[in-house]
Every structure is written in C-alpha cells, then in structure tokens.
Design a protein around this ligand. Structure first.
Ligand SMILES: Cc1cc2nc3c(=O)[nH]c(=O)nc-3n(C[C@H](O)[C@H](O)[C@H](O)COP(=O)(O)OP(=O)(O)OC[C@H]3O[C@@H](n4cnc5c(N)ncnc54)[C@H](O)[C@@H]3O)c2cc1C
Length: 389
C-alpha cells in the first residue's frame, strides 16, 4: 500500500510515521518545510482535561506519547499543571468548570476542583487569585515546543522509510485518488489530507466541500521570568505558560473565516495590550514582549475534528479548534489505523456533515459552557445557530 500525506505538520508527520512503521509506503508533500504551518506557530500547551470521553481518551494517549518521546531527537515535554479558572461575576463559566471537572474525573482524568484556600496555598505565589470564583487543576499536563516535535517525528518517519517532497504546493484528485503535482497527477492507494488551514481549499478545488473554516489566533513570548503553572483564565479567554524566554501567552481569536493565502502573520496591538493587562491582573506579571505572532486554526460546526474517510480512499485530519497539537499523537494514529483498514472514530467521521453548512466560529481554548463566542457572520446575518461546544 502506498499512501500520500498532504501536509507535514504535527498530524501529517505522525500519521506518516505510523503508516510507515506499519509497513506502508508513504510520501509526504508539503508546500514549505515540515512544521511550517500552524504547528510551527502553536503555543504547545498539552493536557488531557477534556469532558467528553473520546477527547479525554485521545488526549490522555497523546500525553503518554509526549512523555514517552521526551528526550528523543531534541524534543522535550515538560510536565506542568494546568489551572483553569473563572472570575467572580462570571457565574456561567464558574458553574461550567465544576460540571466539566466532574465529567473529566468520570473519564478517569486527574483533575480536581480547587477551593479558594487551596488555590491560594498551591498557586498563590505565581497567580493572583483573590477575584477567582471557581478553579480547577489538571495534573496530566505540560508543554512542549511543537516545532521540535515535528522535527523529531519527521526524522522518525524518514528513518521508517517515508519520502518527503517539500517546497511545492500540491493539489488533490479524489477520483484516482491522487496528488496533483504541477501538471501531473500521481496515483496513490490512499491520500490523507492533513493540510491544516488549507484543507478546506484543497478539497474544494477537488470538488468536495468539507465543513471547515480557518480562523486567526495570536500568541507572544515575553522575557520577564514566569515559573508558575500553565493557566487559562476562561472569563477573559487568555492562556499563558512558562517558556524558555520567560512566558508564552495567547489567544486573541478573530472569530471570522480567514483566507489561508492572505492573512496577517503579525499580532495585533489590541491583542498585545489586552494580554499585558490580563497578565498584570492574573499573575502580577509585567509583560516585556520578545516576539508576537498570529497563526491559523480550523473550526468545524460542532467543534469536533474531521477525522477519517471523506470519499473512497481519501481521508482528512483537520478541524482541531486550537487543540490539534496536544492530540496529534493519538488522532494521527487513529487515522493511520483507519487508512490501514480499521474502523476509525465514528463521532469524528467527516461524513457527519454535508460540507456546505453555515456555522459560526468559536475559539478553541474554552471551558465547555455553551457560552457562545462572538461571530461576525452571525451578527451580520442575524442567524441563530447554536454551537454544541
Ligand atoms: C498561535 C497558536 C497557538 C496554538 N496553541 C496550541 C496549543 O497550545 N495546543 C494545541 O494543541 N494546539 C495549539 N494550536 C493549534 C495547533 O497549532 C494546530 O491544531 C496543529 O498544529 C495542527 O497541526 P496540523 O498538522 O493539522 O496542521 P499544520 O501544522 O498547519 O500543517 C499543515 C501543513 O500542510 C501544508 N500544506 C497546506 N497546503 C498544502 C498544499 N496545497 N500542498 C502541500 N502542503 C500543504 C502546510 O505547509 C503545513 O505544513 C495553536 C495554533 C496557533 C496558531
């Protein structure tokens, strides 16, 4: 069996390595270098704190894989607790934290609700907590540099016999199936499209709509030291973690569909200023920006990924809602297994959508509240679809 993988991000290289180790011939295509898409721009936050069973299972397996791979090929996974919290006055999110922690624990995740005293005692040295209404901590969590993960996994893939063809954008042919390279279509037994923000476009050009929208998010690093826990302040949608330069923080979601070929790679002033304010409030932290940037994530109508067969022998792995890196080891393994004849993950099957659905974009990092994000499209059209997120 010879499989083509379009996209050498965290997902594509992991799937390629899995397929090759299982005996398949694999060719990976990337328009740039491995990791040059969203994986090279990601914050690298990893946790297994998901309230839904499949997510929790995939995330837990991924945390295990990150720990196992840490120390190989320049890749390091740093264990670090993940605190998520709601501010006083934000009752909806505060209640959602309690409810989702119960479900996470039900799925065997090592997550606990913290009383105000516990929060102060355990994290009061690095976080300001006197305005916190509800908080929880996930222990199976940590951070890593996603670019070094891709590099390490690409090396493993090469060692298992995977061929990499980089530096050229390719197209998709769903009939053969095949990969369009310039004027030629190369035939494969199966094609996996793991092309991140370009995935929708690749399928659209091949005449197959998929329910995906790229959207822009932002992050920065700062040189002031920070050695506290990873933290997500769900009331203001801001996250931060320790980083080799000091701190990495982000969100700055723009909830509108982005053009994957024409978007602003620089962070906006409003994002940098806003994050500076929130870091001061939450961690008494003085922002001293080292680098700031934007990147693209992909949204789906229900917030779950599109993972599996779209049409005969053509597969997709995309739509991670800002959580693609932390689940990459397990989601890539799952789609590789499906390509080899396994059953796949039914609730994530891309065929659950027609592909032409209208849907609003919700930011990825969130506590599952049902709290709706702002959506320009909804505001403009007056539509009233509800996200299940
Ligand atoms: C600022 C930011 C912070 C983030 N933080 C986190 C986080 O903390 N934790 C987390 O889990 N996730 C995070 N994410 C999300 C994460 O980056 C993505 O979900 C993940 O990297 C997706 O990996 P991927 O392999 O699917 O896609 P990508 O890494 O985007 O890879 C797709 C590849 O396809 C290639 N490609 C596209 N079109 C073509 C074509 N026509 N021909 C050939 N190649 C093509 C691209 O060059 C690219 O290399 C963040 C994202 C951003 C932008």
């Amino acid at each position: 069996m010879h499989v083509a993988v379009i996209g050498a991000g965290a997902v594509g290289v992991t799937a390629a390595a899995e397929l090759a180790v299982a005996g398949a011939g694999v060719t990976v295509f990337d328009r740039g270098d491995p990791g040059s898409g969203s994986s090279g721009r990601a914050a690298g936050i990893v946790y297994d704190a998901y309230a839904e069973d499949i997510d929790a299972e995939l995330a837990a397996r991924s945390v295990e894989a990150f720990r196992r791979l840490s120390g190989t090929g320049g890749f390091e996974f740093v264990d670090c607790p993940y605190v998520f919290l709601a501010r006083e006055g934000d009752e909806q999110v505060a209640e959602a934290i309690a409810g989702s922690v119960e479900r996470m624990r039900h799925h065997g995740r090592d997550v606990e609700v913290l009383t105000a005293d516990e929060l102060e005692r355990r994290f009061g040295d690095s976080l300001v907590v006197d305005d916190v209404a509800a908080a929880a901590v996930a222990h199976d969590a940590g951070w890593a540099d996603p670019a070094s993960y891709v590099e390490m996994m690409a090396d493993r893939a090469r060692a298992a016999g995977v061929e990499f063809r980089t530096g050229r954008a390719v197209g998709l042919d769903v009939d053969l199936p095949g990969v369009v390279v310039g004027a030629t279509v190369e035939r494969f037994d199966a094609v996996l499209v793991a092309a991140g923000a370009h995935t929708k476009q690749l399928f659209a050009d091949a005449g197959v709509p998929v329910a995906l929208k790229p959207y822009r998010v932002q992050a920065l690093t700062s040189t002031t030291p920070y050695d506290g826990p990873m933290c997500f302040d769900a009331s203001v949608d801001v996250y931060f973690r320790p980083h080799s330069t000091g701190l990495l923080g982000g969100d700055g979601t723009e909830p509108v569909e982005a053009d994957p070929d024409d978007w602003d790679r620089e962070a906006d002033d409003w994002f940098v200023e806003g994050l500076g304010r929130e870091l001061d409030t939450r961690a008494d932290y003085a922002l001293d920006v080292d680098r700031s940037w934007a990147g693209l994530c992909t949204a789906t109508p229900d917030g779950d990924p599109l993972l599996g067969e779209v049409v005969d022998d053509v597969y997709v792995a995309a739509g991670w809602q800002g959580h693609g890196f932390m689940r990459a080891p397990a989601t890539a393994a799952a789609v590789a297994e499906e390509i080899r004849g396994g059953s796949g993950i039914e609730p994530f099957a891309p065929t659950r959508f027609e592909g032409d659905e209208a849907f609003p974009i919700f930011q990825g990092m969130t506590v599952e509240t049902g709290k709706s994000g702002e959506s320009e499209e909804l505001e403009e059209s007056g539509e009233s679809e509800e996200s299940e997120e």
